[in-house]
Design a protein around this ligand. Structure first.
Ligand SMILES: Cc1ncc(COP(=O)(O)O)c(C=O)c1O
Length: 492
């Protein structure tokens, strides 16, 4: 046994970690064995010898040995000397003293994002509304009134479908604004679209079935499908939205089809009426569900909105998802699903086992916010603000970047997508930008499996004031210029 090693480890445990002598000795021996620095089977010094070498009481050594023996690290031999355990039952020893090895399930393997949490308030972060303009005082009054009205019974687990007040308010609002055909009982309140997506993926499909995703696609949908064990099928997108090929229906018949027809995420195209009808028809034929994510359709800057796919047929196989993350604020964590009336019963019963609902005050406050007209007023203000900001961003990009970025046509939303026309890699520019405090979302990161790759950026503009926008665009232009000085992209 290497006494010098043990003495130095013991001193460290005792002096630096301030453990008692017996605890320090126990820990030193345990760690040296676990790290392999004392080989299994090594004979330990007698308690008297070791106490002498370490200058500690013999009782302390006896205590450490006994504790190691109890935990299976050492065993006593016939002549009374302890020997380090020789390999039998190794797994038991390790299980007791080491943290359990972390191995996540195959369903989530590879989903982890090693990057630090991004600064959510930095310029261009997609999906973030203008939080500075949110009418906090009005909202606070609704929340306060809700708390005054809440009865003790409402502090228990809430109904899984959500509170009736909010379900009624949502039904009335989306019937008019989105052409969604629904009754109140078809509305299920959720904790946002991510929650809805995960529920849909778990409830409506089996592991191993095909889940169609637009390519490129909202990463939250990809995550939900993958973690439910679906086989992902990338479906290319063109100017009319998701464009499945005829053979894909045959070769990879979908169980779930995720789509963002009002404003394809991230490219921005609007799905044509013809495409919507064809998708609904084909989905019905092959027994698939369409998951229609209508995440930001409230913000159209030009043209008339097209009705939701959900509204095409009374019983279209569509689960329509809405969120208050864009229209209110993301931390609210409120969203909703609209499901066909025939599915209401089975889904309610299953949800009762899958989720527990709460936040009654937020639900009541949201219902009042809608019913009182405050929501509609807030949306009107935000719509014109975002239209203004989009126009300014396009102008600033043209002024400072010229033709280096080609902005894609789109008629609404809170972000635009732009492709690099110069030979630079979006991920590389994003990496360098992040070091300078500019968080850019590379378009290539939205690619699904072996689908086509796009090279550019998704630029959120809803939260950008005129001043921060100009500064951020100049920074982006300098970044591109610095890495591609000879490009023919003179500002116009
Ligand atoms: C396409 C899309 N769907 C939905 C959401 C909102 O999800 P949630 O309601 O979970 O905040 C986002 C947010 O950025 C999004 O980009």
């Amino acid at each position: 046994m290497d006494l010098a090693l043990l003495i130095s480890s013991f001193s460290m445990q005792r002096d630096a970690a301030r453990h008692s002598q017996q605890e320090a000795l126990y820990r030193s021996l345990r760690d040296l064995l676990l790290d392999g620095r004392i080989a299994p089977g090594t004979r330990l010094a007698s308690t008297r010898t070791l106490a002498g070498e370490l200058g500690i009481a013999r009782n302390s050594v006896v205590y450490a040995y006994e504790r190691l023996a109890e935990e299976g690290f050492v065993v006593a031999t016939r002549n009374g000397t302890m020997t380090l355990w020789d390999g039998r039952g190794q797994d038991n020893v390790r299980d007791k003293s080491r943290p359990h090895p972390i191995r996540l399930s195959d369903r989530v393997d590879g989903l982890g994002n090693p990057q630090a949490e991004p600064d959510r308030m930095s310029p261009f972060v997609p999906g973030l509304p203008s939080l500075d303009e949110f009418p906090v005082a009005q909202w606070r009054r609704c929340v306060e009134r809700a708390w005054k009205r809440i009865k003790p019974a409402q502090l228990a687990y809430g109904p899984v479908e959500g509170l009736p007040e909010l379900r009624r308010a949502v039904a009335a609002y989306i019937k008019v604004s989105r052409g969604v055909r629904c009754e109140t009982d078809q509305i299920f309140i959720t904790d946002g679209t991510q929650g809805s997506l995960e529920l849909c993926a778990r409830m409506l499909a089996n592991a191993g079935e095909f889940g169609w995703l637009e390519n490129p696609c909202y990463n939250g949908a990809r995550t939900a499908f993958r973690s439910a064990g679906l086989c992902l099928v990338p479906i290319e997108v063109d100017d009319e939205g998701m464009a499945p090929r005829e053979d894909q229906w045959r070769i990879h018949p979908p169980k779930l089809i995720y789509t963002t027809p009002s404003h394809q995420y991230p490219l921005g195209s609007l799905m044509s009426m013809q495409r919507r009808a064809a998708l609904a028809e084909k989905a019905r034929e092959c027994g698939a569900w369409i998951i229609e994510d209508d995440y930001d359709s409230e913000f159209r800057h030009r043209g008339q909105p097209l009705p939701a796919i959900q509204g095409i047929h009374a019983e279209a196989p569509v689960c329509y998802l809405g969120t208050f993350s864009k229209t209110m604020f993301p931390a609210l964590r409120l969203g909703f699903m609209v499901i066909p009336s025939i599915a209401v019963g089975p889904l309610s019963q299953t949800l009762r086992e899958l989720v527990h609902r709460g936040h009654p005050a937020d639900q009541l406050a949201m219902a009042e916010f809608i019913d009182s007209g405050l929501f509609a007023r807030h949306l009107r203000t935000m719509r014109s603000l975002y239209t203004h900001r989009r126009g300014r961003l396009e102008a600033a990009l043209a002024r400072h970047l010229g033709t280096a970025l080609k902005v894609r046509e789109s008629s609404g939303g809170m972000h635009l997508s732009a492709e690099l026309t110069v030979p630079l890699q979006d991920t590389e520019i994003a990496r360098i930008g992040a070091n300078q405090g500019l968080m850019l979302q590379p378009l290539s990161r939205y690619r699904v499996a072996d689908g086509q790759t796009y090279n550019g950026f998704v630029l959120g503009y809803a939260g950008l004031t005129d001043r921060t926008m100009e500064k951020a665009v100049v920074q982006l232009a300098q970044l591109i210029e610095a890495h591609h000085p000879k490009a023919d992209h003179a500002p116009i």
